[in-house]
Design a protein around this ligand. Sequence first.
Ligand code: HEM
Length: 442
Amino acid sequence: MNVALQPLKPIKTSFLKSIRMLRQSYRNPLEHGQALQAEHGNVVMQKTGRMQMVHLFGADAHQLCLLNPGQILSNKKAWDMIIGRVFPNGLMLRDGDDHRYHRRLMQAGFKSHVMQQYRAVMLPQIQSALSDWHEPRTSGPTQTFPKFKQLTLDLAATIFLGMDLGADAARLNRAFETTVAASMPRVPIPIPGNLLWRGIRARAEMVTYFHSQIAEKRAGDGQDMFSLLCRAEDESGDRYTDQEIVDHMIFLMMAAHDTTTSTLTSMTYLLAKHPAWQQKLFEASQKLTPDSAREQLNEMTLLAAVMKEALRLYPPLSTLPKYSLKPFAFEGYEIPAGSMVVTYPIHTHYMSAYWAEPYAFNPERFLAENKNTDQHPYSFVPFSGGAHMCIGLHFAEMQIKLVMNELLQRYQWSVPEGYVMPVQQSPISKPKDGLPIVFEKR
Ligand code: HEM
């Protein structure tokens, strides 16, 4: 370590203020991050009891923490502390060679030809699910968030599990919902009846279910993700064990479900607030050439720009936690080993150093013709980056484009004048009011 580095000292706060800050960081990471950075700069250490947290701000912080040179940071240690009780051994909760091995095998579920098969299965299901979103005026607006949640859950059952769950559907949906709800509990100790306790029991139910299906999936020729992972094999003939398949499937369902729901919801909100963009996307959707499914998705450039702008303004994961295994340097400071190191996509996404009018909705900034070649490559990080960059990002983009394209073809939608979506930014961004929207048939 370079001797010129300054050792990092924790900011001075009382224990109570520290607890309040932790709560604020959970409730509103954007404001919390902005306040911390404005007062203390890009490197801030905070101690609460035995916990040592280092907050790092800006695109350079993302570049360092996500590229993770010399394995200075652990994903496993950080995420184990947060979601390890209910999502142990998921891909995001692994490090180094072990992570590389598991990620390589998982690619079997994300290859380009497999994605085309998913698309073909998803499309009719999306079309049918969106057919009745226009409620009669008397029954009031549609709660958009739960509608998207149900849709992405149903799609997950087909794409990930390849099954019409039949009699198991309601029970498994409930178990899955309970597991997800318990992923970041306020009380991190299981006490009979509390959220984490229920989550652990619900997970056990899912584990039993997945185990019971593995033999059949291995022997069959199904093209759903579960089957593909059961049969995935690397060059040396290595395969996932049964337990690894179960852990990956439960994590994958969680990783895919809430993030996509969150993005669809924020896009729908932004398009309700900006009807000119909604019209523009509708007109673009009318011009799509249906020659090839893949080309059609690539043609949706305006929709892709709106998706990116929604992810900039409302990143589903507003912060990214890592854990320092070794001391490392950042902006002249020595960050000690043994710290929870947190970077803030949401804060970086609103920094005027990288974005002109960062609070404005302006999808044009993401169009190729407006691309700023000087833009910092880590100023836009909704999918993280480096070795842990979201493996499902193309899947997410495909699903979001298919759903939004169908929605645009069928409906015009709006929110009342002056409505502002109340957002809960953590653990995964969502509207506190379900996002009531009036959908009118085109
Ligand atoms: C808009 C939707 C999505 C967003 C914003 C998103 C965001 C993220 C982020 C930020 C990470 C990295 C966390 C870290 O650095 O520790 C991540 C990892 C991951 N995501 Fe996504 N995700 C999305 C959709 C999906 C989908 C659809 C899937 C699966 C089909 C998925 C599967 C995963 C997996 C398996 C990882 C762990 C990757 C690794 O550690 O190697 N995600 N995602």
